[in-house]
Write a protein of this length. Structure first.
Length: 345
């Protein structure tokens, strides 16, 4: 089955060759008008389209030559003779196919095979080399995009590899602190941590997951935090059903909530509140994490969690993604990303 991209490339190629045929017909008509000769579109246009579309039949061959013998690299010059030979073969084959079509379209103006060959030899050679040049440009762009995507994938994997040990060490530190004070609670935390790590491994292969899966992961983490802080921590999650199928970066909320708990609960004897909200705003999805802690004097810009979150959002969504840090009596971090339903992926 032909892929969608392949169909698009074929359609693009056909449109290019048809456009060239129409432009050639228009040039022929203009020349006839300047010379005072009659313009018969029913003759000019079919001849021109037959000429150029016959060239278009060889497009897969042009692609094969470029991919098999690209004119680049240290020994690019060694491949030029191969392309020169291929261009001569192309011209001969093209004329062999086009000659009977020409005879069919022009019964009153017969031409021999050699007349058709030498009448359009240089134009056909130019068609070959122009096609090879365009395909080289397309291939260079494709390979450049693939390298860019691969670099982005590796960078994102590196960011997630930094976040997971960071979270793990903090959680183990909490368990080590609790184990001498409340062994049953420490045991529950270890059980929750093992479940959490299993969920983390499931999402390793995906950069984006549905929000409902991300919230499920977050719930397991919050179970650990509730054991640690008990009644001193109140957490509210507000995510309507209409946004729970939206795709979000995997493991994006946990480090933000961890940061909110760490700084919002720091050295305070009273109850701390953390709120997680998700809502759709037109074509965007907003994720917001707030705490009512003392808050910094200005919005922070460092820290592994916040820095990695900024870089992940930038790499995944470019200018369409935004991270806002707001110091407003507490601290709020708001992520804005394009709204994409999991079913649309």
């Amino acid at each position: 089955m032909i892929s969608r991209r392949a169909r698009q490339l074929w359609l693009f190629g056909v449109l290019i060759w048809v456009t060239l045929g129409v432009l050639a017909a228009a040039q022929n008509a203009t020349w006839r008008a300047l010379m005072g000769r009659p313009i018969d579109w029913l003759q000019i246009l079919p001849n021109s389209l037959a000429d150029w579309l016959t060239c278009g039949l060889f497009t897969p061959g042009f692609y094969w030559m470029v991919r098999r013998f690209p004119i680049r690299g240290e020994r690019w010059w060694a491949r030029l003779p191969l392309h020169l030979f291929a261009s001569l073969v192309f011209v001969v084959l093209k004329v062999t196919i086009y000659h009977p079509l020409y005879s069919l379209l022009n019964p009153t103006e017969p031409r021999t095979w050699s007349m058709v060959l030498f009448g359009g030899f240089y134009a056909d050679m130019l068609a070959y080399w122009a096609s090879v040049g365009v395909i080289h440009a397309i291939e260079y762009y494709r390979e450049s995009r693939e390298r860019e995507l691969e670099a982005t994938r590796l960078a994102l994997e590196n960011l997630r590899a930094q976040l997971q040990p960071h979270f793990l060490f903090n959680t183990l530190q909490s368990i080590s602190t609790l184990i001498h004070r409340d062994q049953a609670a420490a045991d529950r935390m270890l059980t929750d941590l093992s479940d959490l790590l299993r969920l983390s491994l499931r999402t390793t292969a995906s950069q984006e997951v549905p929000l409902r899966d991300e919230l499920g992961f977050l719930d397991r983490y919050l179970d650990i935090m509730r054991v640690r802080f008990g009644d001193r921590l109140r957490i509210a999650v507000d995510a309507p059903d209409d946004v729970r199928d939206a795709l979000v970066p995997s493991l994006v909320l946990q480090p933000i909530v961890e940061n909110a708990i760490t700084h919002g609960m720091a050295d305070r004897p009273d109850i701390g509140h953390v709120a997680v909200r998700a809502r759709r705003d037109g074509t965007s999805l907003e994720l917001e994490v707030s705490d009512d802690g003392p808050g910094p004097a200005t919005a922070p810009t460092n820290g592994i969690g916040l820095a990695n979150t900024r870089e992940r959002i930038a790499r995944l969504y470019g200018a369409a993604g935004k991270v806002e840090a707001l110091a407003n009596g507490g601290f709020t971090l708001r992520l804005t990303i394009p709204f994409k339903a999991a079913a649309d992926r």
